[in-house]
Design a protein around this ligand. Structure first.
Ligand code: CP
Ligand code: NVA
Length: 307
C-alpha cells in the first residue's frame, strides 16, 4: 500500500519515533557537512492553496539537500478542484513527480489527492491538521529536554489545525496535553472523535478548559498559534476580541514550570497571541522550531520517497 503523510494518527507511535530518530540523524549529518543524495533525480511537486514561508522553503531546501528538487505550484496555477478535478490533478502529477506536498483549505482535498495519486502525498497543512509542523515541534522539544514521555504540553488559544495535530502528537509521543480556548473555540468534538481511541490507549492526560492559567500550570511546553488562521480573515475582529485574554505573556509564563519552553509554529502576531518579550525571551525556541521543519521533513521525504 502507498504510504502517505496525511495525519499523525495514520502512523503508529513506533513509526513516528523512527521518523524522529531519522530527523535527528539527518540534522546531525547535515551539520557535519551535508546529507547523502538519497533523493537524486527525484522531484517533489508542492501544491499551495494558501501562502507559506516555512513550509515552502523548508520542503524545497530539504529536497535540494537530499539531491532532488522541488516544484512550486501556487494557487493560481492549478486551481485544485476548480480548473480540474482533484483526482485528475493527482493522476497527472503522479506522471511527472515522485512525491506531492499539498497545502489545502479542505482537509478532504489532501485525502482525495492521496486516494488518486500513485506517488506519496504529504499534508503541508489543511484547515484541520498540520502534521509536519507537529513533527518539527516534537523534534524541538526532544532536543531540548532529551525526552518527550511524561512532559506536559499546554496549548493556549484556538482549537485549530495546529492544536489538533499537537494533541495527536502528544498522544503518540506520550506527553500530557492541556488546552485553554475561549468557549466555542475548542478543538471540535467531531475532530476529536476519530482519535478518541488513540487518546485513551495512549494513557496521556488530556484536559480542556477556558482558563489559560489552569492549562499552563506546571507545563513544560507552552504553545500558541495565531488567533486568525488562513481562511478565517473575515472573522478577524470578532476573534481578536474573543481571544484577548489568551495571550502568552510573562504573567502567564509564571504559572508554567521555571524550566518551561515556549513554542509557536509561526507566523506570529506579536502583541496578540504572544508578546515580544516572550517570543524573543530565554524560554523561546521558536526559531529552532522553525529550522527543525527542515530536518523533520527531510526524514518524512526520505522515508516516503527513497527506494
Ligand atoms: N508554520 C508554518 O507552516 O509556516 P508557513 O505558513 O509560513 O509555511
Ligand atoms: N493555524 C495557522 C497555522 C499557520 C502555520 C493557519 O492555519 O493559518
Amino acid at each position: 500500500m502507498m504510504k502517505h503523510f496525511l495525519e499523525l494518527n495514520h502512523w503508529s507511535s513506533k513509526d513516528l519515533w523512527n521518523l524522529l530518530d531519522m530527523a535527528v540523524h539527518l540534522k546531525r549529518e547535515w551539520l557535519a557537512g551535508g546529507n547523502q543524495p538519497v533523493l537524486a533525480g527525484q522531484v517533489l511537486g508542492m501544491v499551495f492553496q494558501k501562502p507559506s514561508l516555512r513550509t515552502r522553503v523548508s520542503f524545497e531546501v530539504g529536497m535540494t539537500h537530499l539531491g532532488g528538487s522541488a516544484l512550486m505550484l501556487g494557487p493560481s496555477e492549478i486551481g485544485l478542484g476548480e480548473r480540474e478535478s482533484i483526482g485528475d490533478v493527482a493522476r497527472v502529477l503522479s506522471g511527472y513527480v515522485q512525491g506531492i506536498m499539498a497545502r489545502v483549505f479542505d482537509h478532504q482535498h489532501v485525502l482525495e489527492l492521496a486516494q488518486h495519486a500513485s506517488v506519496p502525498v504529504i499534508n503541508g497543512l489543511s484547515d484541520d491538521r498540520h502534521p509536519c509542523q507537529s513533527m518539527a515541534d516534537m523534534l524541538t522539544v526532544y532536543e531540548h529536554f532529551g525526552q518527550l514521555e511524561g512532559l506536559k504540553f499546554a496549548f493556549i488559544g484556538d482549537g485549530n489545525n495546529v492544536a489538533l495535530s499537537s494533541l495527536i502528537a502528544c498522544a503518540q509521543f506520550g506527553m500530557d496535553f492541556a488546552i485553554a480556548t475561549p468557549s466555542g473555540y475548542e478543538i471540535p468534538a467531531d475532530k476529536i472523535e476519530p482519535v478518541r481511541s488513540l487518546l485513551e490507549s495512549s494513557g496521556i492526560r488530556y484536559e480542556q478548559s477556558t482558563d489559560p492559567l489552569e492549562a499552563v500550570a506546571s507545563a513544560d511546553v507552552v504553545y500558541t498559534d495565531t488567533w486568525v488562521s488562513m481562511g478565517q480573515e473575515a472573522e478577524s475582529i470578532d476573534r481578536l476580541n474573543q481571544f484577548s485574554q489568551y495571550q502568552v505573556n510573562a504573567d502567564l509564563m509564571k504559572q508554567a514550570k521555571p524550566t518551561a519552553v515556549v513554542l509557536h509554529c509561526l507566523p506570529a502576531h506579536r502583541g496578540q497571541e504572544i508578546t515580544d518579550e516572550i517570543a524573543d525571551g530565554e524560554q523561546s525556541l521558536i526559531f529552532q522550531q522553525a529550522e527543525n521543519r527542515l530536518h523533520a521533513q527531510k526524514a518524512i521525504l526520505v522515508h516516503l520517497m527513497s527506494s
